[in-house]
Structure formats: structure tokens, C-alpha cells
Write a protein that binds this ligand. Sequence first.
Ligand code: ATP
Length: 302
Amino acid sequence: MDDILTVKKLNKSFGKNKVLKDVSFNVQPGKIVGLVGPNGAGKTTIMKAILGLFDFQSGSILIDGKDVSITKHQALSEVGALIEYPGIYPFLTGMQHLELFADNAAESKKDIQNIIDELQIGSYINRKAKAYSLGMKQKLGIALALLNNPKFVILDEPMNGLDPKATKELRNLILSLAKKGTTFLISSHILSELEKLVDEIVVIDKGKIIKQTSMEALSDSNGNYLILKTSDDTQAREILTAEGIELEKSDKLKIKKTSDEQLTGLIQLMSNHNINIVDVQHEQNDLETSLLDLLDNDQVKE
Ligand SMILES: Nc1ncnc2c1ncn2[C@@H]1O[C@H](COP(=O)(O)OP(=O)(O)OP(=O)(O)O)[C@@H](O)[C@H]1O
């Protein structure tokens, strides 16, 4: 399927500070893609460039096959976005914001009501935005991003300021929209939340993309471990080491999982030395651990 977003060799500097270095990645329709990386890595800059808000020195951005730049915005007509702090007018009500940004007032009445219901913002939507809390403003910003049924939605730190209930509601809303075909590019530092949502992640560090991978492949490639509990862990550790089986740094007998047959071999090995395996646990790296590993490796390479 053709990409909804293709970013190719994007370079961007602020003065002498090169903040995006040959950034390339793609997003396929209907996917939820997470853009992750440390503070200052370049996530917001990428999102702003995709939205035609920043110029760039070289490279290209295509949405649905059409070029986007600071002067070419046509492809953005079907894109919804929330970037940094939602731009909200303090003296307008939430409802006035939604009406102001709706494409077609008559047709949008039902859409506006749906969004209000889904995000549960009805109790304060007719109050002036100056009286909104951080989370209320954030929810209004998300409502504005989702208005007009965009095909592609870009959300920069959408969970900022949301309480756990609102975070869960937002997650469910994003998942249900994605099921109906909406595509999402989402940045967030709340990795435990992001991993419940995304199909793929793009990892950026110091302006360079260091990985684009499906979540499935990420946990398969570096995140599966077996933890053995035996009748004699001290002796078992010696036997495993003597066999050249590498143990992870842990006070438990933790071994990187390499194949489905590996456990049978370990049981056989222990049994040959009259040691019983009394328990086996499977452990999988969470997104945070996988990401920290990736960033550590990136530092080693430099
Ligand atoms: N308008 C600007 N003028 C000059 N430098 C900028 C500007 N915007 C961003 N930068 C610089 O670009 C780099 C990338 O910033 P960016 O906001 O894209 O990072 P980020 O990955 O979104 O970080 P965070 O997770 O902290 O939000 C930083 O070094 C930042 O100081």
C-alpha cells in the first residue's frame, strides 16, 4: 500500500545547529506510529516540518504522494494536528473553537457532538477557555485535531496533562479511529502508554533516525528472556557458564531467549547434572527498556 507519509533525507538547521540529519521514515495508512527519542532529539521539529510550519534545507516530505513545504500546504487539507501547547483563545468557549475550525457548520454539528461525547468534554464545552485546566485545554486541542475527520493525525505529546481516565479514553478513541482507517503519528515520553497504542515506532536520537520497526519485531529482536529457578541455582550458574551460555546481569538465572527449542536443551543440560528446573518465567522487555538499549548502543557507536 502507498505510504500516507514519506519523509526523505530531511535536513534542518537552526543557525549553526543541525537538528535534523538525513531524516527518512514512512507511515502507512491505518497505522499508529510512535515517534520517540530523548529531549531535544528533533521530534517536534519533524512534526512541524511535516505540517509545513518550518522550512528545511534539503530533503522532501510527501503526504499522500504530494509535496509539503512551508509554501505548499495543499496536502495538509486532510491532516489534523496537535503540536506543543494547543493554540486556544482564552475568551472563546470550547464550543466556539470547534465551530470556528469546523469545515462546514451544518454538516459538522453531528461530528462536533460525537467528538464532545467521545472525549467527555460536554460539561465544560460552553465555558470560556481561560477557565480551563491544563488537561481540559489538552482535550480541547485533541478535539480540534480530530475535527473534520482527518485521514492523518499528528499528535505531539497528546497525553500531557491528562489524568489516567482521560488517558485511557484517548487511547480507546485513537484505537477505534485507527480501526476505521485513520492514520496517526504520535510522539510521547509516556512509553508505557505509547506501547499500548502503536503498531510501529520510529526512534530518533540527536537528529538522526536510529530505528524504524514494528512493535512486534522490536520485542522479538531484543527483548525476550527465560528466567530459571532450579533446585540449586549456584551450581546451575556454574554449569551454564561452563557451557558458554551467557547469563544476563541479574541475581536470577536470566538467559536471552534465542529459540523455542532452547528450553528443552536447558532442561536436558540440568538433568544431566541432577538439577531440577522448578520454575521457568518468560520476561519481555517493555518499550522503555528496548528504547534505552537502542540509545545506549547509539552512544557506543559514536
Ligand atoms: N525555533 C527554534 N529555534 C532554534 N532552535 C530550535 C527551535 N526549535 C527547536 N530547536 C532546537 O532543535 C532541537 C530539537 O528540538 P525539538 O523541539 O524538535 O526536540 P524534541 O525531540 O521535540 O524534544 P522534547 O522531547 O524535549 O520535546 C533542540 O536542540 C532545540 O533546541
